[in-house]
Write a protein that binds this ligand. Structure first.
Ligand code: PMP
Length: 425
């Protein structure tokens, strides 16, 4: 039988339901749980999939005979770049492989744009009276904190299931030359799991911008992180940008952080010839070359991009049951009540949970007091301020399956209790 929406219950029914929810919450607290759904870290079982890396590389030369132990090779090992090129659907000549963190590469790019300007910049961004960025929300907290650190103003646009709302983006960038760029996580976005369609990507690459040096930081952190058998391909950002006459607009980022080791993977940047040369010029002042031993280790481990794809199916087998457990626990308690919305993602690392307006912080507090750590409410918004106090990011990858089940049953109790408190206040 379908559940009755809470909004259609009488005051008496709501009051008795509140009593039940309070009793359930007391019982939850009494269990003394210690569970953590805060960050999208791979679980230990996922890390074990790449244990073989620790015994690699067996050789110390790349296919061109370069000794990987030495300095040099600023753009990274060609074979590693070729694997990323295949996975990201770009030409190998456009790819740079670096250290273990793509976030670091994003930070380098942003810093260089501010201090030096890009290939099409009239002057460094820091010399503009103000710099603004378009930020699809909910989005990745570290993107926003990076902009906040630099004093870049954040203009939010809604993230739809097909990517950032292109009409809203267009309106922000068309006339204001201080709007210099935007973030996007195009595939299995953090946190909604949205996949940017080819149509939306084409619009973003083609739209007129008042800033001649507008940049789209295309953070494809979850490009190959499918949770179903449907292995959705990312839109061809670089190709679309060339086709619409803005080859320098996108700068693409990715890494193997959630493919091999989150702390010891390989990060990559892909961009136009001009952007790549500009990036390498800056990088040459900061480094004599990346960790090519780690590149070779990854090349030996995977062989080809298909090796990565096969490996990702093993991750999927470990992760999919955890995501199913999240959906099952939420559906079991909250389905039909009209107080929460979520979408079971088809990839990535997160489940985006929207609770009743004005109750997200309360849910997080209730969960905390029952021993369940959740990402702070509002984290997916600039300056951590969710205007509706409704958004909660759930990260089920790290805890064991039974822990995800326990934690999510508990979260569902908290969501219902917070809604009932609000409806009866
Ligand atoms: N981008 C997004 C969207 C992420 O979710 C994450 C990891 N949480 C990163 C980048 C970090 O990537 P890396 O480990 O390569 O720095």
């Amino acid at each position: 039988t379908a559940a009755t929406p809470l909004s259609s219950l009488s005051a008496d029914d709501l009051a008795s339901r509140l009593d039940d929810a309070r009793a359930d919450y007391k019982a939850l607290q009494a269990r003394g749980l210690v569970l953590d759904l805060t960050r999208g870290k791979p679980g230990p079982d996922q890390l074990d999939l790449s244990e073989g890396l620790l015994r690699l590389p067996t050789g110390h030369k790349d296919s061109a005979g370069v000794d990987v132990r030495n300095y040099g090779g600023l753009e990274g090992l060609t074979e590693m770049r070729a694997i990323f090129a295949d996975l990201l659907g770009v030409d190998v000549t456009n790819v740079v492989c670096g250290g273990n963190s793509s976030l670091t590469m994003m930070h380098q790019v942003l810093t260089a744009l501010l201090l030096k300007g890009g290939p099409d910049s009239p002057r460094p961004w820091s010399q503009e009276p103000v710099v603004k960025f378009v930020c699809p929300v909910p989005g990745y907290d570290r993107h926003f904190t990076m902009l906040a650190e630099f004093g870049i103003e954040m203009l939010t646009v809604p993230m739809t299931p097909d990517g950032p709302d292109p009409v809203a983006v267009r309106a922000l960038v068309a006339d204001d030359p201080t709007v210099k760029g935007m973030w996007i996580v195009p595939t299995y976005s953090n946190p909604t799991g949205a996949v940017c369609s080819a149509e939306v990507a084409a619009e973003l690459m083609a739209m007129p911008t008042a800033a001649p040096d507008f940049r789209i930081l295309w953070d494809n952190a979850y490009a190959v992180h499918h949770l179903t058998e449907r292995e959705t391909k990312s839109a061809d950002a670089l190709g679309l940008a060339v086709a619409s006459g803005h080859p320098n607009r996108p700068i693409m980022f990715a890494s193997t952080s959630k493919i091999t080791f989150a702390g010891a993977g390989v990060a990559a940047l892909a961009a136009s010839t001009d952007n790549k040369a500009w990036y390498l010029e800056r990088l040459s002042l900061a480094s004599i070359g990346p960790d090519k031993v780690n590149h070779l280790r990854h090349v030996e481990f995977f062989g080809t991009a298909d090796g990565v794809r096969t490996h990702m199916r093993k991750h999927r087998d470990l992760l999919a049951p955890k995501f199913e457990a999240v959906d099952a626990a939420l559906s079991a308690r909250l389905g039909g009540l009209g107080i929460a919305e979520w979408v079971a993602p088809t990839g990535g690392y997160f489940v985006n949970l929207d609770v009743m307006d004005g109750t997200a912080s309360r849910v997080v507090t209730l969960a905390k007091e029952a021993g369940i750590a959740l990402t702070p409410a509002g984290a997916a918004f600039p300056h951590s301020k969710d205007p509706n106090d409704r958004n909660i990011r759930l990260a089920p990858s790290f805890p064991a399956l039974e822990e995800v089940e326990l934690a999510m049953a508990g979260v569902a109790v908290c969501v219902e209790l917070a809604a009932l408190e609000k409806l009866t206040s």
